[in-house]
Structures are given as structure tokens and as C-alpha cells.
Design a protein around this ligand. Structure first.
Ligand code: RIB
Ligand code: CA
Length: 321
């Protein structure tokens, strides 16, 4: 079976780590590379964490370091209160052996997508700065990328940082407007659907019980994230924001979509709002407005329990993914 090639642009980050380990375990996916971005943590921490996740899973891949700040606006503070001081909850800073790719994230995306023209989907699950910079450096990139599945935005529901803005868009609205304005297929997996997909302590305990060190790591980092959400939902739970974007690439039929162009508010009190606007002379975005919660959650849990088995298999096969 031909694997789906993806590049995940990420600010790991607890739900990023959950999404990346899930992608590593999915036999239908080849994660070609991770490109890192500021957001949940600073870009140095994001890069270190991405290298750690690759080594933890024995999943060799390129990690290319990205932007340290937004295109235009003054940087917001990293959301350490949601993801922990080092991005993995209460865990201390990790010390991976590897180093980042020679190219920065934007050039890595351009070079890799041109080298495998039409084969690679981009899956940004952090602020969209790297993707926007890649488009600015190479507008023809749109003709070399298979598709773009974004975790970000809020089409027809309130934001999670302000009443209007979801965190990834809020952290770089100018970049997001460039990405939504480009003539390519963008799937927006936003709060309209991600806030319906929740996992609970017993779900993460089952991952730890049925997997090994990777499962225990996922369970460990979920605790900090769930405590944050307990302050939002008055219930201890984790919202599977980033895993949903990966699943939308592999299992698009688990979501329901509305096709409408999107623009991003870049100033004023509504800054970071993703506005569906049928009058816009832009390519339609595919906004997820519905989700089969049970199937998405079951898929996430099933793959997350396979992390250690996949690790052992990769160790047995050498570098083969
Ligand atoms: O709003 C949720 C998004 O912001 C997720 O990608 C999370 O990791 C943070 O980056
Ligand atoms: Ca993220």
C-alpha cells in the first residue's frame, strides 16, 4: 500500500506529541519530516522536542527548525500554562542526540515538496508562519503540495484564546491569512470539530497499560494538559486538537465539511478570527463542521496503543519506517 507522505509543522506541545506519535504508528503514513514553530513553546524548545519524539519512537526523520516569531505582530507569550515549561507537562527538558536539518523550515518545505512534487501533504498544527514564509519565498509551492490540513481556526464557533481567535491563528494572523489566501486545497480542522473530541484519564491509563514506554509518556504528559482543561470544562479531560488534523488526512470521511473561502482578521478586538466569507475571491477552504467523534477517538486510541510495538518493529528492521 502506498503510504501518504506528510510533513507536520509543529509546536510540541502536548497534543502535538500525541498527534506525532499517532502518525508514527499509522502504517498508512510516512512522516517525511517535522518542521518546528514557536507557539506552545519557543522554537528552540519545539525543535528539541521534535528531535526527542523522533528518537523516542525510533522513527528517523528530518527536523527543520522554523520561525521564532510571527510575520508582523509582537510575539505572544508561549502557552506554558497549557503545555508545561518545556512543552511536555511536568517533564524536564529532554536531551535528544540529533540536530536540526541544515535548511530552515520554510526552505525544507519548499525543497522537499518540489523534490516529491504532488506527493506530500502539509499538516501544520501550530502557528502558520513557516507555511506563509514558504509561500512568500516560492509562490509556485502551491503546485507542488498535495494538500494542506491545518489544525487551527474556528469557523462557526467561538475561539479558545479570545471569543474570536483560536490559538494557532491568534499567534500569527497575518501568516494565516496568507495561507488561506493561496490557491491550494486547505482543510481547516478547527475548534468547530476538535472541541468535540475528548479523551479522559481512563483513556490515557489504557494507553499506558496496553503500550510500553511511549504509552506511559503519552499518559504522563496528558496529566498536565488535562489539568488545564479541567479549568476550562470543569472536568479532567484532554481535547484532541492536533490528532484530528492528522486523522482528517488519513480518514477524511470521518468529518463533514463546508466549502467556503476564509479570511483572517489581522487587527482590532477580533484579531485572529477565521471568517468564512462566500463573497471572497479566494479558493474555497474545506472547513470541518462535523465529526464522527466515536470513530475518531477510537482511531486515536488504537494507534496510540501501538506506539511501542511499532518502535520494536522499527528497531528490528533498522531504519525502515
Ligand atoms: O488551539 C489548539 C492548538 O493550539 C493546538 O495546535 C495546540 O497544540 C496549540 O498549538
Ligand atoms: Ca500544536
Amino acid at each position: 500500500m502506498k503510504k501518504q507522505k506528510i510533513i507536520i509543522d509543529t509546536d510540541p506541545g502536548i497534543d502535538d506529541a500525541m498527534a506525532i506519535h499517532m502518525a508514527f504508528a499509522d502504517p498508512r503514513i510516512e512522516v517525511v519530516g517535522l518542521t518546528t514553530i514557536f507557539g506552545n513553546v519557543n522554537v528552540e524548545q519545539a525543535t528539541r522536542n521534535a528531535l526527542f519524539l523522533s528518537e523516542q519512537a525510533a522513527y528517523p526523520l528530518d527536523v527543520a527548525k522554523g520561525a521564532s516569531k510571527p510575520l508582523v505582530q509582537t510575539p505572544n507569550e508561549p502557552s506554558y500554562y497549557v503545555h508545561g515549561d518545556e512543552g511536555f507537562g511536568d517533564l524536564p527538558a529532554q536531551n535528544p542526540k540529533g540536530t536540526a536539518h541544515a535548511l530552515d523550515a520554510a526552505d525544507y518545505i519548499i525543497e522537499t515538496c518540489r523534490a516529491h512534487s504532488g506527493e506530500i501533504s502539509l499538516c501544520p498544527v501550530g502557528p502558520l508562519t513557516n507555511i506563509a514564509i514558504a509561500l512568500q519565498r516560492d509562490p509556485d509551492l502551491v503546485n507542488h503540495v498535495k494538500s494542506v490540513a491545518i489544525m487551527g481556526g474556528a469557523g462557526f464557533v467561538p475561539g479558545n484564546v479570545t471569543d474570536y481567535a483560536e490559538a494557532n491563528i491568534w499567534n500569527d494572523p497575518h501568516a494565516a491569512d496568507i495561507v488561506f489566501g493561496a490557491p491550494w486545497e486547505v482543510v481547516m480542522i478547527g475548534l468547530d470539530v476538535t472541541t468535540q473530541v475528548m479523551c479522559y484519564p481512563q483513556d490515557y491509563q489504557s494507553i499506558a497499560d496496553e503500550s510500553g514506554s511511549i504509552g506511559s509518556f503519552i499518559n504522563d504528559i496528558s496529566q498536565f494538559y488535562a489539568r488545564f482543561y479541567a479549568s476550562v470544562y470543569e472536568e479532567v479531560l484532554c481535547v484532541l486538537h492536533d490528532p484530528c488534523a492528522i486523522i482528517a488526512l488519513t480518514d477524511p470521511d470521518l468529518f463533514e465539511y463546508r466549502y467556503v473561502p476564509v479570511r483572517v482578521i489581522c487587527e482590532g478586538p477580533a484579531i485572529g478570527q477565521t471568517v468564512p466569507d462566500a463573497q471572497l475571491a479566494r479558493t474555497n477552504a474545506k472547513i470541518a463542521i462535523g465529526v464522527d467523534v466515536e470513530k475518531v477517538k477510537a482511531h486515536y486510541l488504537s494507534l496510540s496503543k501501538m506506539g511501542d510495538a511499532c518502535h520494536a518493529k522499527r528497531q528490528g528492521q533498522g531504519a525502515d519506517k
